[in-house]
Design a protein around this ligand. Structure first.
Ligand code: 7PJ
Length: 277
């Protein structure tokens, strides 16, 4: 095993020489029922357990959408959504639990509830985030984003998207290490769809090996993203086949964790990729 395929996150040590599937668990209140908080917790836990059965190696739990133009969620609501889900899953599952948040208070509460990995679309740039991560043993996923979710897709601009994303990730990795987060706890992510046009996303997929040269495992998220709809012409409900292609291409280009909605199909597709790799 090469050194860069070892990844330490909380209670776990993952050997990323095999591609891993991160299953997405969105905790959002169901607007069509009045079951309230308890029901959304229960539904999210149930969904998460199903993803583990389907082959998820990691669960990514999120309480606030970072999709372009999504409405922000208050700190209190985000905590209410994710903390009980993490508490329950840490007792019910044997897979690392990731918290998808950029808010330092949510990171801390999630770590206290049993989270093993901080997945931050702002790459620990919020005040206090680096310190919270450094005080823990959690893994961290540092992601690139140009702009902020509300406006990031309006007019993304790059001279050389691969070089710029790589430079940003190098800077954030250096900041994380300077704060006391060891390299073995760091994952990098080019942030597909986060302030990127179709041509930027495609260039990043082609350029993954250059980002991999930073020496840490890459996590990628392309599942059901609009770039796939732009390429195929399909809407979000018919993006499974395109998402599988994207996962396989990502792994063939060097990614080691793919963040997806459709775990079973992706796990099968990646077994084929792994057999070839
Ligand atoms: C990503 C994410 C991604 C990481 C989202 C969506 C948008 N975290 N959170 N990478 N995307 N690390 O799933 O469409 O690409 S939310």
């Amino acid at each position: 095993m090469t050194q860069s395929s070892l990844f330490h996150c909380g209670r776990y040590q993952l050997d990323l020489s095999r591609p891993h599937v991160m299953g997405i668990v969105n905790v959002t209140p169901d607007s069509f029922s009045d079951g309230g908080k308890y029901e959304s917790t229960e539904k999210a836990v149930e969904h998460a357990l199903k993803l583990v059965e389907e082959g998820a190696d990691i669960l990514d739990i999120g309480g606030e959408s970072t999709r372009p133009g999504a409405t922000p969620v208050s700190l209190a609501d985000e905590l209410d959504r994710v903390v009980p889900v993490i508490e329950q899953l840490s007792k019910l599952t044997q897979v690392p639990l990731s918290i998808d948040t950029y808010k330092p208070q949510v990171m801390q509460a999630a770590l206290d509830a049993g989270a093993d990995l901080i997945n931050d679309v702002r790459a620990l740039q919020e005040p206090g985030a680096l310190e919270i991560a450094a005080r823990s043993t959690a893994g961290v996923c540092l992601m690139h984003m140009q702009g902020l979710p509300a406006t990031m897709q309006l007019d993304p601009q790059y001279d050389d998207v691969v070089a710029e994303v790589r430079a940003f990730l190098a800077e954030r990795m250096a900041a994380a290490e300077a704060a006391g987060i060891s390299r073995s706890r760091i994952l990098l992510d080019p942030g597909f769809g986060f302030g990127k046009r179709t041509e930027h996303n495609i260039a990043l997929l082609q350029g993954l090996p250059e980002i991999l040269s930073l020496g840490r495992p890459l996590l990628v998220g392309l599942s059901r993203k609009s770039v796939l709809g732009q390429i195929t012409g399909g809407d979000v409900y018919v993006r499974l086949h395109a998402s599988l292609a994207a996962s396989v291409i990502s792994v063939m280009k060097g990614a080691r964790i793919v963040r997806v909605h459709d775990v079973k199909a992706t796990a099968d597709a990646l077994k084929v990729a792994a057999a070839v790799l």
